[in-house]
Design a protein around this ligand. Structure first.
Ligand SMILES: [Cu+2]
Length: 201
């Protein structure tokens, strides 16, 4: 290869690299964060907040059964996520759900298994999945499957942050174990958009 040709190729590769960096930066700077607070519900903690934007889900999340409790009590995942169900107790546990998003046709029993065994299930339908164990009637937990990858769970004060949301007009919604959903409209541009989600009386 001649020296000039080599330099030319190197120069165009460098230009391509610069373009890729610029494209990456502008995509990142266009996306915004939604920050806010949920109030007026019986409990401000463990509220799922999500927007109606679809997007790629996938990946894995973990729901454990430990000390006769589902941990975490509420798990939020995007549609398409595989949940790995663990058993960390020295007794057998069962996992079943009577519906997904209220649809009893999506009821499923994963079976009963001993400590250290993992069973996985991919959730492709959005909505709440009430988890139960038919060995221990007192056990209850929840998976909430969101329609896309933009969601958060509130902390003990009701605060939440949804990161990296593409600009646009969305419906923002909540799901909580007790209380009706809060539904509001929101416009997201770059930077941080703040929203207060107060439950009606
Ligand atoms: Cu159990």
């Amino acid at each position: 290869m001649s020296f000039s040709r080599y330099t030319r190729i190197r120069k165009s590769l460098r230009a391509l690299g610069a373009l890729a960096i610029i494209a990456g930066l502008s995509a990142a700077s266009l996306a915004g964060d939604i920050t806010g607070k949920v109030s007026g519900l019986r409990s401000a903690a463990n509220v799922v907040v999500y927007i109606d934007a679809p997007g790629a889900g996938g990946g894995h999340a973990v729901m454990d059964q430990k000390k006769m409790t589902f941990i975490p009590h509420v798990l939020a995942v995007a549609k398409g996520t595989t949940v790995d169900f663990l058993n960390s107790d020295p007794v057998g546990h069962n996992v079943y759900w009577p519906s997904v998003g209220g649809n009893k046709g999506l009821a499923h029993n994963l079976g009963t298994w001993p400590q250290g065994v993992k069973k996985s299930f991919t959730f492709n339908s959005p909505g709440v999945v009430p988890l139960l164990c038919n060995v221990h009637a007192e056990m209850a937990g929840y998976i909430f499957v969101t329609p896309g990858p933009y969601y958060a769970l509130t902390n003990g004060s009701g605060d939440f942050v949804i990161k990296g949301v593409p600009p646009g007009h969305y419906t923002i919604k909540t799901w909580s174990e007790r209380g009706r959903p809060i539904v509001q409209q929101i416009d997201v541009s770059g930077g941080t958009t703040t929203v207060n989600l107060a439950a009606g009386r």
